[in-house]
Design a protein around this ligand. Structure first.
Ligand code: GDP
Length: 213
């Protein structure tokens, strides 16, 4: 068996509505981030598949939800392996996306986070060099409103010194603590690479965790 349980990820389908996603069973983790944050690169690094999610694609390509299947995940004991997926959510947090399309995705993502029973958590990807933007804050709010675990990857850490990266992470942790928000945060870089094992372990932990509520 592969030492990376996320290896072997395969494209299943691209959806414009949550009703088009694969059957709502098993467990999945969703990836969200503004365009250009580094989400595709993170998905590629985590799955060990360089071409899985296309990096630096044309703006239109980001405007779908994309489902990737993973090999069944062992659960231990006498439980059967779990049917698992990753869902790449559209990142629309920049000006080129028309307002009506942005509104469409805001509603779809909100509905997805509320209704999707197999969803176990969200990995939010943000550029470590910039403060969180409106899209990121909306995702965090959605997660807290639905009691979904959120794991924040502060990516492109290779653009900062190690010390600066740690300080950025500490500042984010303080902010979450002050707001009593249960999000977790780590330093990440697809290029270095940095934090890939930690992020992978978190995704697997989320996939194995039962949904609360
Ligand atoms: P997405 O739009 O969020 O899927 O972002 P991409 O993964 O396509 O990355 C956007 C740009 O940032 C591309 O030019 C990537 O090469 C670059 N990028 C992504 N991750 C990293 C990283 O960890 N470090 C650096 N230096 N560049 C990155």
């Amino acid at each position: 068996m592969s030492s990376n349980p996320l290896q072997g990820a395969q494209f299943v389908l691209a959806a414009h509505r949550i009703s088009q996603l694969p059957a709502d069973q098993g467990a999945e983790v969703a990836f969200a981030g503004r365009s250009n944050a580094g989400k595709s690169s993170a998905l590629n690094a985590l799955t060990g598949h360089r071409g899985l999610a296309r990096t630096s694609k044309t703006p239109g390509r980001t405007q779908q939800m994309v489902a990737f299947s993973l090999p069944p995940l062992a659960q231990g004991d006498d439980l059967p392996p779990l049917d698992v997926r990753l869902i790449d959510l559209p990142g629309y947090g920049y000006a080129k996306v028309p307002v009506d399309l942005r509104e469409h995705w805001k509603k779809e993502i909100d509905a997805y986070l509320h209704q999707r029973r197999s969803l176990r958590g969200v990995v939010l990807i943000a550029d470590i060099r910039h403060p969180l933007k409106e899209f990121d804050r909306m995702m965090l709010d959605f997660c807290f409103a639905t009691a979904l675990p959120c794991h924040l990857l502060l990516t492109k850490a290779d653009k900062l010194s190690r010390n600066q990266a740690i300080q950025a992470m500490a500042a984010m942790r303080r902010e979450f603590d002050a707001a009593e928000r249960q999000a977790t945060v780590q330093v990440f870089s697809s290029s270095a690479p940095t934090g890939v094992d930690e992020a992978r372990a978190k995704v697997i932990e989320l996939l194995r965790r039962p949904r609360e509520g």
